[in-house]
Design a protein around this ligand. Sequence first.
Ligand SMILES: C[S@@+](CC[C@H](N)C(=O)[O-])C[C@H]1O[C@@H](n2cnc3c(N)ncnc32)[C@H](O)[C@@H]1O
Length: 381
Amino acid sequence: MVVEKVVIEESARIIIPEKGVFYNPHMRFCRSLSVIAADAFATVRGKDLRICEPLTASGIRSIRYAKEVKHINSIISCDANRFAVKYAIRNVELNEVHDIVKVYKCDANLLMTSFSRRGQRFNYIDLDPFGTPSPFFDSAVRAVEHGGLICYTATDMANLCGVHPLSCFRTYSSYPIAKCGYVHEVAIRISLFSLASSAARHGLYIKPLLAHFTRHYIRVYSQLFYDESEAKKIFMENVGFLYHCFKCNNRRLSKFRNIEARTCSICGSKMTVAGPIWIGKIFDKEFLKAISKSMEKYSFSDQEKIVKTVKLISEEASGPPLYYNIPKMCKSLNVQMPKINALIEELRSYGFYACRTHFDPQGIRTTASTLDIIKILTSQR
Ligand SMILES: C[S@@+](CC[C@H](N)C(=O)[O-])C[C@H]1O[C@@H](n2cnc3c(N)ncnc32)[C@H](O)[C@@H]1O
């Protein structure tokens, strides 16, 4: 006999078996922020959403979109696991959203491919896989309409953060870097390179709107546009390599065609190269404003954490790529750790942009160069 349990998550009430259908209560934050992002996106686009959730498991995500986002036209979901589909269909009925959500037993890539013709495409695709989303990027970019959005979760952090570099290279065609002090931002940039290259292959370019690292996963939201000549230009401008110096924490980004010498400009050491990665923007200030507005419509269980995360991201959206982990810098300089707020104030007093980052409570994002930061940290000795 199958032992079942009832789960209540925000507006949704679902039934799942004890075993065999995936449901992770810790992803509630991710799903709630997705609801807010979907609401914001529908508002910005002025269009009802045609959502595809091709890795639906219990159906919880699709059900929450249907019940909690006002501007939904339809949601098409699927899962390859027969047992999951049985429960997802049952949960859709239980939540009385069967007019909006249709669930199929199907492979995710097959489902998206069957909606890849113009006129049938979705304007919002949510990829929430086990591990990496990269095997679904090609089908997703073909199934998204011009100006539509693809969001994805990646939980294969050991790959993306350089613990298993060859697995990362195989999965994302990008060589990662471990222990550089800002690995979670690099993880997002590696995944965006993979999405951007799938998009470019099919004549689209990406415009990242929002990205965050939470607990054990990254989550990225990007808009996509059909335009072959822009796709060429944007891909070339926004894809490049990361150079990191493990001796003094210096780092720099170079565009794909501007391969540089690996010598660190500060200490002369040989820098480690990672990539290709997305070197362009990962946050969009206008979309973050829309998110902040949409956020006011909800009072989720994780509201406080969502508000805090969005506030931090809205600040760091004005900063440059690659934050600094201050304890790591202090350790390599053998200096005392300053208070993060005091350091931010000091950087601002010199005219630099400086703020905290949601990636790391001990991190800062600033326009100051590594050398400027080293000078400030060592002058307090
Ligand atoms: C992480 S779970 C999805 C969780 C769900 N979105 C949620 O928010 O609770 C991933 C799901 O993808 C399904 N899956 C894996 N590979 C698939 C494929 N190629 N096509 C369709 N479903 C697949 C698995 O059966 C599993 O139910």
